[in-house]
Design a protein around this ligand. Sequence first.
Ligand code: SF4
Length: 474
Amino acid sequence: MIGRQDRWQEDLFVAGPLSDLIPDDHPLKRIDRVLDLSWFREEVRDLYCLDNGRPGIDPEAAVRLMLAGLVQGIVHDRKLLREWQVNLAIRWFCGYRLHEKLPEHSSLTRIRQRWGAERFGRIFLRTVRQCVTAGLVAGEVIHVDATLLRADVSWESLTVRHVEQVLAENCEGSGPDDDPPVKKPGGPRPKKYSLTDPDATMATSSRQYRLEPSYKQHTAVDDKAGVIVDVAVTTGEVSEGKELLKQIDRVEANTGREVSTVTADAGYGHPANYKELLRRDIVEVIVPPKARAGKRIATSRFKYDALHERVCCPGGKVLLSAAQAKNGRWYRARTQDCRRCRFRSRCFSPRENRRSVLIVDGYVALTAARRAHARGEPERRRLYNRHRGLVEGIHGEGKTQHGLRRAARRGLWNVSIQAYLTAAVMNLKRLAALCLHIWSVVPPEMGLRGPVLRLPSRRDPNPPIHITLTRPEV
Ligand code: SF4
């Protein structure tokens, strides 16, 4: 029989709590069970006047609103406020009743300006600590990667930085009577930047793609359950390889555990990184940079003797230390050795009279990494496959589900806030999934192993649940 829906809906009262209208498997309801922001009011107390002025938005409600938006991939304030108006789940999640008036969208902008990125970073840090406590983070094996976030600027806003200065440096013939400037080959090129977001810089993830105004998110993911244990945002042109050691320090501080293994792609294959990881006794699974294949005999064919600080060439001659460079040391062969050598035509160009090689800092560690990579041990391959699935999967999840494909606002601090909250949401999802898993496999009469803290809430009759011990073995 065909049903008929009565379209008259002008009910005077709605009986029952709002939470009854939201299904138990709704993402916000799941996250609410593991989200604890009771500490946050104290965290931002010093930023407010306590005895004067109009009462502001409850800090916890504001954070919940931002998190609820990101859970549903809504990153823009106006759109989020429109959604909040009609979305029962967001209203309930933020603790607003049906008849309560909602704040203006500009309030969220002022809140972000007032709190700054650091306070949002602590929200993310809390989720990491919660995951550590719940046993979701081992903190030993971490996967590190970086991804570009397109800045929220138009192509029309791009201009050339210090164009006159750069032209003066790069070009010859700058006088009024001279010929048009001729660009020096190999000189630095003028850099574009955005007038509307000067923090963003031009970057690309591949030579096949054009440069775009971007930020770069550096992410570290724990191997055990894919929890994000560190996130940081820099401007797009920063090399991810230079951020690696800082990231490891932050991961150790965030988790309170010592990192034993790091995996990363070839962008992190800096000799200095290999050297420092070797010194710290951290196993690296980092794809080393390939030795440059050119017409000349490659530097990798020269044997470096670190103990005696000398280099032995394929012709069996010794190259002695010649000069210090910014990133290593030059070694030079003797002219009379090279003059008589049969490899001469392949070893250096006809314009030179002997071969010089640069041994960069960390060359020994780099060579060891190349050998380990060439051996292709199954454990290294397994870890690198995990790297692809975990950290690259995290970036994909952030971009496809939580609006991380493009920066929602301008300025490094604003993009950092977006990255912190997105990472917090993804961690909370994993924590909520763990709860669901435990509840599905552990019979109710057993209860959870370890104490489960239930905090009473004024608004919610169903108190949030905080797992404080490890997951039970089932
Ligand atoms: S050309 Fe000079 S540096 Fe090159 S292999 Fe011969 S002796 Fe060695």
